[in-house]
Ligand binder design. Structure first.
Ligand code: TGC
Ligand code: FAD
Length: 391
């Protein structure tokens, strides 16, 4: 008989409401029926899953915490986290699609946009009829987005936008992008750039070994005219884009637990079935050490994200706490993916199992939304009060 694998070692389920469990169940079912059967072929072919965004919209995974009057689901932060966890158990590309749309596109439009902008864009984004992208990173400015070179110059009641953004999730397929640029006064402004605007191009970044089921690209602007009504009125500093990152990084802290659990469950199952030296390899101490450490680390990560979710619900989570959770949990998931791959031996490198795909995906997740080292420096600064980013 197949052994039941328990990933709720500290009965964290008891801390969830009936609604949380229902949401998790629904998204888990969606991933089982809509993602798992197609994800391996999509990733191998370097193709996004066809029709993904409307399907994510239909299950309420786009803008889960945006109020219902704008098309969101009006849920709390624990629900958002659980949705991210289940999606990333399918693939980080699917979680990426949902987190960019929710936290990096809908969140700034909801938080910093005018009422007209909210009504114009949010319902379509929530339904997945519109696909959004978030342009902060530039060719010369990744970890230091404050150095951005993309510029807005006033023109005829609006602005001309010039510059380029790089490494942008969903750029090649987006209908609109929330883009961050400095105006002539040196202030950071957020603007909504729509596909079809003259001078706006979105070339795809090819040959990725990671997040192969996600489209990545550039956003290039040559004298793109941005009408005043496309400027987010309520933001004029780096706090704007960085606050969006807080929301996305929080979601990632949960998401990667899903990827880790998928690797862990696969590894346990394999270790119990695979026989070497006339015994299941799960009976060897070295393999048990790996499995025991996986479960310990998953449990610690679950508690960290759950507590962070409560703090976020209360509006008390600090950016530094979010950095710690993102950094710890992504590293945890990547380590579990790498070690699980070893437990599977040669079988760990083929697409019959999800592990190598998760591992390659997590190599991006540990870099985007702030690198592993940058988050460490954020914690270091919080401890000492000293900024080690720059001289
Ligand atoms: P610094 O001088 O420290 O800060 C500038 C101003 O911003 C404030 N601030 C924040 N506000 C809200 N939330 C945060 N997390 C904040 N961090 C800083 C800060 O208080 C200050 O405000 P004020 O009013 O005093 O001016 O800025 P710095 O230039 O020294 O840089 C700080 C640093 C390195 C922490 C920051 O820039 C950073 O986080 N760098 C990493 C860049 C990053 O994460 N990029 C992500 C791009 S988006 C992405 O990767 C999407 S992937 C999506 C997917 O597919 O899932
Ligand atoms: P760099 O900033 O050049 O860093 C290189 C190395 O130097 C890193 O190890 C870093 O930790 C280290 N380093 C940098 N500064 C310091 C320092 N002060 N002290 C010590 N070490 C330092 N961006 C968006 O805006 N929108 C998106 O949708 C988006 N999607 C992405 C999707 C993918 C698949 C990837 C890979 C990236 C995406 N990004 C996106 C960009 C991502 O946020 C950046 O790659 C990330 O912030 C790091 O920037 P960089 O790649 O320029 O690396």
């Amino acid at each position: 008989m197949m052994k039941q694998i328990n990933v709720d070692y500290f009965q964290i389920d008891d801390l969830l409401s009936a609604e949380h469990k229902l949401i998790r169940h629904a998204v888990r079912d969606f991933v089982r029926s809509e993602i798992k059967p197609v994800i391996e072929d999509a990733a191998q072919a370097h193709q996004a899953i066809e029709g993904l965004m409307p399907k994510l919209g239909a299950i309420g995974a786009l803008g889960p915490y945006i109020p219902e009057e704008y098309g969101g689901a009006g849920l709390d932060q624990i629900s958002y986290g659980l949705i991210m966890q289940e999606l990333e158990a399918g693939d980080s590309a699917v979680r990426s699609a949902a987190s960019v749309q929710s936290s990096l596109v809908m969140y700034p439009i909801y938080t910093y946009g005018s009422e007209e902008q909210r009504r114009k864009y949010l319902p379509g984004l929530a339904a997945g009829e519109l696909i959004g992208a978030f342009g902060l990173t530039e060719p010369n400015h990744g970890s230091d987005p404050g150095g951005m070179e993309t510029r807005l110059t006033a023109k005829n009641g609006g602005f001309l936008l010039n510059g380029a953004k790089m490494w942008i999730t969903n750029a090649p397929i987006c209908n609109l992008a929330v883009v961050w640029a400095r105006d002539e006064a040196g202030k950071v402004r957020g603007v909504i750039v729509e596909r079809g605007m003259d001078g706006f191009e979105t070339p795809e970044t090819l040959h990725k070994w990671s997040l192969r089921a996600s489209k990545t690209g550039e956003l290039v602007f040559h004298d793109v005219f941005i009408p005043a009504e496309n400027v987010l009125p309520e933001v004029n500093s780096m706090r704007g884009p960085l606050s969006c990152l807080n929301s996305a990084r929080y979601g990632i802290s949960w998401g990667v637990i899903g990827a880790a659990i998928d690797c862990y469950e696969t590894a346990v199952q394999y270790a119990l079935e695979r026989q070497q030296f006339d015994r299941p390899i799960g009976g060897f101490q070295l393999q048990q050490k790996k499995l025991a450490e996986f479960l310990t680390e998953i449990t610690k990560a679950q508690l960290l994200s759950w507590r962070l979710g409560l703090l976020k619900n209360e509006g008390k989570a600090t950016p530094q706490q979010i950095s710690m959770a993102k950094r710890n949990n992504v590293h945890m998931a990547l380590q579990i993916a790498r070690e699980s791959r070893q437990i599977l031996g040669g079988m760990g490198i083929v697409g019959d199992f999800p592990i190598m795909r998760h591992m390659m995906n997590l190599e991006s997740v540990i870099t985007y939304e702030g690198t592993h080292d940058i988050h460490l420096l954020i914690t270091g600064q919080d401890i000492t009060g000293l900024n080690a980013f720059s001289s």
